[in-house]
Design a binder for this molecule. Sequence first.
Ligand code: DGL
Length: 359
Amino acid sequence: MSQYRNVVCKLLVIGWIFTGSAIAQTEPQRPTQTLLPHVAVLATGGTIAGTGTSETQSTGYKPGVLTADALLKSVPSLGKVAQVSGEQVSNVGSENITNEILLKLAKRINQLLAQPDIAGVVVTHGTDTLEETAYFLNLVVKSDKPVVLTGSMRPSTAISADGPSNILQAVTVAASPTARGRGVMIVLNDRIGSARYTTKTNATTLDTFRSPDDGYLGTLIDNVPHFETAVAKLQTTQTPFDVSKLDSLPEVDIIYGHQNDGGYLYDAAVAHGARGIVVAGVGAGSESLLTLPSIRKAVDKGVIVVRSSRIGNGYIPEDPAYIGLLGDNLNPQKARILLMLALTVTNNPERVQDMLHQF
Ligand code: DGL
């Protein structure tokens, strides 16, 4: 009897092992821990990579010193929100970002975002022209995956340097599925802003990036992104611009309006070969009577002139007293970015005007 019981027990154990292994083979492998999204961080320089000589120095320091790897190492908690990899695209103050760097950056981002394993991209950048790069990318990135630009107002050596927390927040947004399809974003100081509407408003203070009339897209609370609004203009995959075919961008200059403006800078821009000129006009894009003959000459030579406002805020209305297309509510530096790209696909003023309103 006990022999019979032993045999039954052995058969039951063998049966259990076989059943178990059969289940192990047919059920999908469950990962022991959830894989974190992969975010690529592209470094271009700026204060965030800058070093000073004391903890209080927050002007006159050297921008663009730390490498991409050093920036990532300065934020150990990044490993909790994403798998990150760093690449150096340039290491310059953002006043030295050229069209060549813009094109190189955009092409690399499109390559990275086409990879299924990449969830999003972060670009570290000097704050001075960060909004120009952000808006350029907003017009040429061909993906709905998040692209986030960040920087800092204090160099890495300063007390309470804002770089590490801005990198953590930017990577968190880039890794977040809720950030998809929102266009290129600017993340600093707990705020999530759109490339279209966010601008630098103060030369030295920490809270410099604002979206004056149109509000932020959202806020980070406890390092969790909370989105509130969306941009209605067309962006990223909805634009006709294709950087993969471009090695250079057309020359577009900005000319700043002021009292007693003699207009000769327009002549100089045309003589230099500008294909477009953005007028940073006074008020709602008004142009001095003294400048009109030079602006007319430029238009007659085929140069596309766009009126914007040196105020940096507000719509440009139609006004037969002045010359040029309407820059919508783009500030002059963003109108220049759009005009450069528009001129890569058309010289037709009506088409350029449509783009100025649509994007
Ligand atoms: N020269 C500036 C630049 O890289 C430094 C300012 C900054 O990054 O905040 O834009």
